[in-house]
Design a protein around this ligand. Structure first.
Ligand SMILES: [Zn+2]
Length: 468
């Protein structure tokens, strides 16, 4: 953290060559990461990183310089470096900073320090034992723990002074089951913007048992049939499809560049009217939640699609200024003080609908139910996607029957949004371990209720994955 007087001095220096806005972003990060493999703690890393970035705006030209030391000389040098792009000159301004407080509170109920490193490592050991004890087919187990505190302060020459003290806890587990020549891997976890209360709200050992059970069950899976058929996607994690294949296209940088399918479509129907989609950075305890974004804008809830109509994009400060908007939507995020913010999602989900999830499954005569998805790929500009399911079932006469291996679903995000014809009443967000990569890593949540895509393209194990 730097003193307010120093912030004023640095901002004044950054404005000296004629900029219309200057900003200092200061960050202090501490972390602990523990990793277990082959029943041993293989990794125990304490991290610490702090620094500051100075950003200077000359209209739509934005320059940035950062430093990993917070003394006055380094900060003033960063300010001069960022200001060097300017050719004008202005008189020294007195910058009036007023601290804004957020009404959003994300309290840490149980501090990281209440458990020793040894106790945290012991928990990973018990997770390992739980998975191995479930079945002799479990041949590999890993588990990891992460705690991270990322405290940011932001000052700008428009008078903004804010801070956001962000704490995150994450637990992950993975197993590999083997029978004869067949291997099945399943990974899951949970996390959130919170302290160790995460561990009392979730059952780490129960989760490992469940993962092991799924992996063993999936050893009996048969290859997924290929072709066009109805697909029912699970609630929670299933929302990763919307995030990747549609959400990115609603980020303002793709909109102003004109590279998104949704450019110029506000007010138009882009989805089936049963679909409402929201980006909400204000949900308590969620991984993508913020008090202020990394531009210093208060986090907010933004309705992206309302009953099928495109309502709004996700804006950061740079893109909002570019089009002359009064303010952004609080979606400016950066990986660290080494990066400039860009428009990013926070917690993004398709809202609840009317159907009972059971009714959705029962509506399908023959199709595929996707219960959990591994990674996928999406072309952000076009929205073409390929997602791989780790756990899927055949639906026959309205019932889940055989577990399926290698199920892959492909299609186009904007088209899929028009096709989805049933939305469940079981909205859930993912368990809290999603990281979005868009040049920079950002913690996000995704979510949705159970959904039906009446005719999706499914690829099986025997089918080559193509079309991307
Ligand atoms: Zn993403």
């Amino acid at each position: 953290m730097i003193a307010k007087e120093l912030a004023q001095k640095v901002l004044a220096e950054a404005l000296r060559t004629g900029a219309d806005l200057a900003e200092i972003y200061v960050e202090d990060v501490v972390s602990l990461q523990l990793g277990l493999e082959d029943s041993k703690i293989e990794q125990a890393v304490r991290g610490a990183d702090r620094g500051a970035g100075v950003r200077v705006f000359f209209g739509n030209l934005v320059t940035y310089a950062y430093t990993d030391t917070l003394d006055e000389t380094s900060l003033m040098n960063a300010a001069r470096a960022a200001a060097a792009a300017g050719s004008g000159s202005s008189q020294t301004r007195v910058i009036d900073l007023t601290e804004r407080k957020s009404p959003l509170k994300y309290p840490v109920e149980i501090a990281f320090e209440t458990m020793s490193i040894q106790e945290k490592a012991n928990l990973l050991g018990k997770m390992d034992e739980t998975a191995r004890a479930y079945h002799p087919a479990i041949v590999q187990v890993n588990a990891s723990y992460l705690e991270l505190r990322r405290h940011m302060w932001l000052f700008n020459s428009a008078g903004v002074q804010v801070e956001d003290d962000r704490s995150y806890t994450e637990m992950r587990g993975g197993v590999i089951a083997r029978r004869n020549g067949t291997l099945q891997s399943v990974r899951e976890g949970f996390g959130g913007r919170m302290g160790l209360e995460l561990l009392s709200r979730n059952d780490a050992l129960g989760k490992m048992h469940e993962i092991a059970e799924t992996a063993v069950k999936m050893l009996d899976a048969r290859p997924c049939p290929a072709g066009e058929m109805p697909v029912v996607m699970c609630n929670g994690w299933g929302g990763v499809l919307f995030h990747e294949a549609c959400g990115h296209q609603m980020e303002a940088d793709f909109i102003t560049k004109g590279s998104s399918a949704y450019t110029g479509k506000v007010g138009q129907q882009i989805a089936n009217p049963i679909i409402t989609a929201i980006d909400d950075g204000t949900i308590a305890g969620r991984r993508g939640s913020l008090a202020f974004d990394d531009d210093g804008t208060p986090a907010q809830r933004t309705v992206l699609i309302e009953k099928g109509i495109l309502k709004e994009y996700m804006w950061d400060l740079v893109e909002a200024r570019r089009v002359g908007r009064e303010s952004s939507t609080g979606n400016g995020r950066r990986e660290s003080y080494r990066h400039m913010p860009m428009p990013r999602m926070t917690n993004t989900f398709i809202d609840r609908g009317e159907h009972d999830p059971q009714e959705i499954i029962e509506s399908v005569k023959r199709g595929v139910y996707i219960q959990s998805m591994a990674g996928g790929q999406a072309d952000i500009a076009k929205g073409d996607y390929v997602f791989n399911a780790t756990v899927a079932y055949l639906i026959e006469d309205g019932k889940l029957t055989t577990p399926l291996r290698g199920a892959t679903i492909f299609g186009n995000g904007p088209k899929t949004l028009m096709q989805i014809d049933m939305v469940g009443n079981d909205l859930a967000l993912d368990p809290g371990m999603g990281t979005c990569g868009k040049g920079q890593a950002a913690r996000v949540s995704v979510g949705q209720p159970t959904l039906r895509i009446p005719a999706a393209t499914v690829g099986g194990t025997d089918e080559p994955v193509s079309g991307m």
